[in-house]
Write a protein that binds this ligand. Structure first.
Ligand code: ACO
Length: 332
């Protein structure tokens, strides 16, 4: 799916918040659980540490402070929200949805609230959905949450997946605005590659293996990720009549520094325009892009007028890009 935001109302991000668990887990700590090393992890992934949720922490516990921060920045209350989408593969439970749980806590009594599953691309899919509902006049103010507690579904004896992921969540408020924020989206899915990154036994399909952990073909996912990051960005920029040279800030999904470097080189985006925080958080799945947005806001790189390109990719296999003109002054 590809399209520009020329029809309908103008929509932008007016609030942003994020939250990571307190516990920092270093590569050295992981080497106590599996046969790995700081040297291997840094060289192959760029990851130095990640945050891991406490046993009693569920996704809604991480997402709630992120929502509060996003609402405060937008200057609105939970009751003003009429749409709440949570992009995640690790909701508190299958049902009720984490969206419904959060809407209740936030007092968003009039909100449509639900969860959306598109792997690490979930946040991009949710942004596009919320954009569409606002641009079409169905929703007035939306809260889009992206977050995961992947540590809960990792095999803590499998070094090939354990070292890659971390926990975290972010939230953004979307509102109708006078000036153009979102400019276009490109989203896609290739279910044929689904078994390169999957969680067998997590739904209605019965598997003989009772274990329920993330399983991944790292090399295939690597090839897929480097390909779609470039393709999706190029296609979206072209349809929006922009070139790579126009991009002020590039926010790729934070899976692996090597994947990001590869895409950045191929696209020709200078490194100072690229946001990278995978070294501190690992791959936080749906939390990755909002956490990177928050970092760019904190270091002063996210400013009104800038052309921001975001691309996510992940399980499904799925991918998704959004291009927007940033409209909000981010308080330091
Ligand atoms: N520590 C030490 N050695 C390891 C580890 C580890 N944590 N994991 C694997 N190895 C070993 C392997 O067993 C292998 O040993 P062998 O040569 O004796 O068989 C060797 O290291 C090389 O393994 P490769 O899989 O070839 O290593 P590669 O350079 O491909 O890196 C990696 C692996 C980091 C997983 C890479 O393929 C990758 O990043 N893939 C993308 C995966 C990803 O990002 N998934 C995230 C979810 S999807 C998404 O967000 C896009």
């Amino acid at each position: 799916m590809i399209g520009t935001a020329h029809e309908g109302l103008r929509v932008s991000i007016t609030g942003l918040g994020c939250r990571v668990p307190d516990r920092v887990v270093s590569n050295d700590e992981l080497s106590q659980y599996v046969d790995t090393s700081d040297e291997w992890i840094v060289a192959r992934t760029g990851i130095r540490e990640r945050r891991i949720a406490a046993r009693e922490e569920a996704l809604s516990d991480l997402a709630l402070p992120a929502c509060h921060a996003a609402l405060a920045q937008a200057g609105i209350d939970g009751k003003d929200i009429d749409l709440l989408i949570v992009a995640t593969v690790t909701p508190d439970m299958a049902f009720p949805s984490t969206g419904a749980i959060l809407a209740d806590i936030l007092g968003a009594a009039d909100a449509a609230a639900y969860d959306l599953s598109a792997g690490c691309t979930g946040f991009m899919y949710a942004l596009a959905q919320a954009y569409g509902m606002l641009a079409g006049g169905l929703s007035k103010r939306a809260l889009v949450v992206g977050g995961d507690i992947l540590s809960r579904i990792l095999d803590w004896t499998d070094r090939s997946t354990l070292v890659l992921f971390g926990d975290g969540a972010g939230a953004v408020v979307l509102e109708v605005v006078p000036e153009q924020g979102f400019l276009g989206f490109e989203l896609g899915a290739d279910g044929g590659g689904g078994q390169n990154l999957w969680l067998p036994g997590s739904g209605s399909r019965v598997f003989d293996d009772p274990e329920r952990y993330v399983k991944m073909n790292g090399r295939e996912v690597f090839k897929f990720a480097t390909r779609v990051l470039v393709q999706s960005a190029e296609q979206l920029l072209a349809v929006c009549n922009h070139s790579v040279a126009d991009v002020d800030l590039y926010i790729p999904h934070q899976a692996n520094v090597r994947i990001i470097d590869h895409a950045t080189r191929k696209l020709g985006i200078p490194s100072e325009r690229v946001v990278v925080n995978v070294d501190r958080y690992g791959n936080t799945s749906s939390g990755s892009i909002p956490l990177a947005l928050a970092d760019a806001a904190a270091d002063g790189r996210l400013r009104p007028g800038q052309l921001v390109l975001m691309t996510g990719m992940g399980a499904g296999l799925t991918w998704g890009s959004a291009l927007m003109r940033w409209t909000k002054e981010m308080a330091a």
